[in-house]
Design a protein around this ligand. Structure first.
Ligand code: NOJ
Length: 752
């Protein structure tokens, strides 16, 4: 109880009250304490179940004013019914806020976020969120649980698929773009919706990559490397924040005063509302920090406003008020923040403004939206290997399309596409048939199952039949594949993960291809035919054998509704791949956590091979298989030596860094020019390189463009050991190149 009293003290000194419009203030003034607590309750009748509990007696509770919001339902009719209950049957008629996990598109599904991040195209990413908001708001929704901006450096963690990779700078740009896309600049515009940045905080650093597991991290790392994307979303004006399931300093995030009071509210000045993740308050009981009453009081006392599904607030806050564990002003303020969000959305003017059946029928999955999704998918693909320029393929001859993902509609959308309609997704074989045209003979064989293991399939198939074990034996599948392969000029092997082998509660210890798929590739390789591997994946995978033995590898993540067409566009060269990795692909799972911005250590390893008494492994290299920022194109690019306008910079003067990039290929293509900086000597050890800028440029064959970056003092700021944001004078290394390894370096000095 001691810490509850301590928190009460903080409550009383926190004075600023959320301001409501006169109309909403008048409603608020009539509210009973029960009705106020009711506003803090977020329920789901079961559309998106991500835990063991589903809300009960939903209609009853809405009538009784015991519900502030609902999620997991969509569609004008359904949502209208729910809203009508709240508006017509509850005492004060306060409308519900209606949310959903609109993560990478609403019904027109875009690539999974990890794939989307590989576009390095902020305008494009913003546009995907804008389009998702257009569809969702026509479908009755006004609040999305996105963007997910958790940095992760552990490909075993299934939810790495939902984030933007390993880098805080890139992650921050994407966080801003997503918030802008969903929210626009006018909340009352009925095509915009509230965004919710999640999961605050550090969810992506779960020990061992096991979902929901413990997180333990130094504050220096947290401030410099993990918090920036959340902060960027706050700075971009995100309306809400979701808590995370993990602990931080042994305190469950949903009860962390440090995170919510100190950092989010006091340091960052966030004045929107905070929602817990699914039953995260109740889970504090399992974390071992109290019973339902205590943990619910703790959550409110650290400034959490809304309780997702668990109903700890609903069941215990009144009692806690009577017992003196929470104050009325804290309940009031949480309620006011939620009312404020509803006011911003214009719900008190018109509770039904987000149901636009006419717009829904015109826009959702429209040709225009689908065409855009096809562009986006193609831009997200990363070409990892292209020996002898085997890609793009000619639209002639015989192509064998082989593999368990080639004709698997159920796996095209990827994880967290809750409103996506699988039947509307284009498969790879369909895309290839469509794009290749008459001149190509397409042969097809499944070749293998995604996995032959029924127990594994059962776990992966929690949301539907993604791994379908064929009635035919593995031997027959393989034989059929070889017959087809032997007739063809080239093999396109479509392999990888099922959609829900990544995502929530989908951690994996082995992140290579499943054994039966590897066996298939090995058998195909023996035919001597050239093989193009098209890889479906929600995480970086270990691909050592593949990288040596496949002629080309195209990583296509999960491209969404139009993914199959986009794969074909890229295979046949109608589109040139331009994606660049935003997570390192490990050489071996033993390297994890793996990321490019490592510290040097006191005993760095200077070469490729292990050296005694140096920081390395005896049996594997330190380097990843494919580094952060990496990706090939159908064109090639030349970088001129970089030119610095000066070698000195200060808090009043900057350095311009210029480099000329030339397309030396014969295709128009994009290149992502990347700028990294190293603080060579500082008061704490600093990463060997950190991304500080990038520009995606498009170049015609033979075209050369000058790319300019500005190095200034703010760019080299970091949090020191006392968590003060500082820049320290001295030597810096400026690096430019096409990925985090192929870099040209120059020195620069920050003056005192
Ligand atoms: C649990 C997930 O962690 C979160 O990201 C999601 O928004 C909620 N469930 C609601 O579906």
């Amino acid at each position: 109880m001691k810490h509850i009293l301590y928190l009460l003290f903080f409550t009383s000194i926190l004075s600023a009250q959320t301001t409501l419009s006169p109309k909403v203030e008048a409603i608020y003034q009539q509210m009973t304490i029960d009705e106020k607590i009711g506003q803090l309750n977020l329920i789901t009748p079961g559309g998106t179940v991500t835990g063991e509990v589903v809300s009960k007696n939903v209609n009853e509770k809405m009538k009784n004013g015991q519900v502030g919001g609902i999620f997991g339902i969509r569609g004008a009719k359904k949502v209208r019914q729910a809203q009508q209950i709240a508006v017509d049957s509850s005492r004060l008629g306060i409308p519900l806020i209606i949310g959903m996990d609109v993560i990478h598109g609403h019904q027109t599904i875009f690539p999974i976020p990890l794939g989307l991040s590989c576009t390095w195209n902020m305008d494009l990413i913003e546009k995907t969120a804008r389009q998702a908001a257009r569809e969702a708001t026509a479908d009755g929704l006004m609040w999305t649980f996105s963007p997910m901006v958790d940095i992760s450096r552990d490909p075993r963690w299934g939810r790495i698929s939902e984030g933007n990779g390993e880098d805080p700078y890139l992650g921050s740009q994407i966080a801003k773009a997503m918030v802008r896309g969903y929210q626009g600049d006018d909340f009352t515009d009925p095509t915009t919706m509230l965004a919710c940045v999640k999961h605050f905080a550090l969810y992506g650093a779960a020990e061992g990559g096991r979902d929901y597991n413990t997180v333990d991290m130094s504050k220096v790392r947290m401030y410099n490397e993990y918090l920036p994307p959340y902060k960027a979303a706050i700075d971009a004006g995100v309306a809400s924040v979701m808590t995370s399931f993990n602990v931080l300093d042994y305190v469950p995030a949903s009860g962390s005063k440090f995170l919510f009071r100190d950092v989010l509210r006091d340091e960052w000045g966030f004045d929107g509302f905070v929602v817990t993740d699914y039953t995260a308050i109740n889970e504090m009981i399992e974390h071992g920090v109290g019973n339902l009453q205590t943990v619910s009081a703790t959550a409110l006392n650290v400034d959490i406003d809304m309780d997702m599904v668990g109903e700890g607030f609903l069941m215990t806050l009144k009692e806690s008020l009577e017992d003196g564990f929470v104050t009325e002003s804290d309940i009031n303020e949480a309620c006011r923040r939620i009312l404020k969000a509803k006011e911003l959305l214009g719900l008190f003017e018109d509770p039904y403004r987000y149901f636009d059946e006419e717009r829904a029928s015109k826009e959702i999955l429209s040709d225009e939206f689908r065409a855009f999704a096809r562009e986006v998918a193609a831009e997200s693909f990363v070409l990892l290997k292209n020996e002898d320029d085997i890609l793009p393929l000619e639209k002639t001859g015989k192509i064998a399309v082989i593999g368990p993902l080639a004709d698997s509609r159920r796996n095209m959308l990827g994880t967290w596409s809750v409103s996506g309609d699988h039947s509307k997704a284009v498969t790879v074989i369909e895309g290839i048939r469509e794009v290749a045209g008459e001149g190509v003979e397409i042969l097809y064989a499944k070749g293998s199952n995604i996995s032959d293991d029924p127990e594994f399939a059962r776990k992966v198939n929690a949301f539907g039949p993604e791994i379908v074990i064929d009635e035919r034996s593995s031997a027959i599948l393989l034989e059929e594949a070889l017959i087809v392969a032997n007739q063809a000029d080239v093999i396109v092997a479509v392999v990888g993960e099922a959609a829900d082998m990544s995502g929530e509660s989908s951690s994996m210890a082995n992140i290579g291809l499943q054994p039966e798929q590897l066996e298939l590739l090995k058998a195909l390789e023996k035919t001597g035919k050239p093989i193009i591997m098209v890889l479906y994946n929600g995480r970086p995978m270990t691909l050592n054998w593949e990288s040596e033995n496949m002629d080309a590898i195209l990583d296509v993540w999960f491209g969404g509704t139009e993914g199959g067409n986009a794969v074909a566009d890229v295979l046949f060269g109608d589109k040139v791949p331009g994606g660049r990795l935003t997570t390192s692909f490990p050489f071996h799972v033993g390297q994890i956590p793996i990321y490019y911005s490592m510290l040097n250590t006191g005993r760095p390893n200077f070469g490729e091979t292990a050296q005694k008494f140096r920081s390395n492994y005896l049996d594997i290299p330190n380097q990843p298989l494919y580094p952060f920022g990496y990706g090939l194109s159908y064109a090639t690019f030349d970088y001129s030596p970089m030119v610095l306008s000066d070698t000195l910079f200060s808090n009043t003067s900057d350095i311009k860094v210029n480099v000329n990039v030339k397309n030396t290929g014969d295709r128009e293509a994009t290149e992502v020019v990347q700028l990294y900086v190293r603080d060579v000597v500082a008061s704490i050890s600093r990463p060997m390189k950190e991304l500080k800028g990038f520009q995606k440029i498009r170049l015609a064959p033979g075209e050369e463009k000058q790319v300019e970056f500005t190095i200034d003092q703010s760019m080299v700021e970091f949090y020191n050991v006392d968590l003060e944001k500082v820049s320290e004078p001295g030597l810096f290394e400026v690096m430019i190149g096409p990925d985090s390894q192929r870099l040209e370096r120059r020195n620069a000095i920050l003056k005192k």
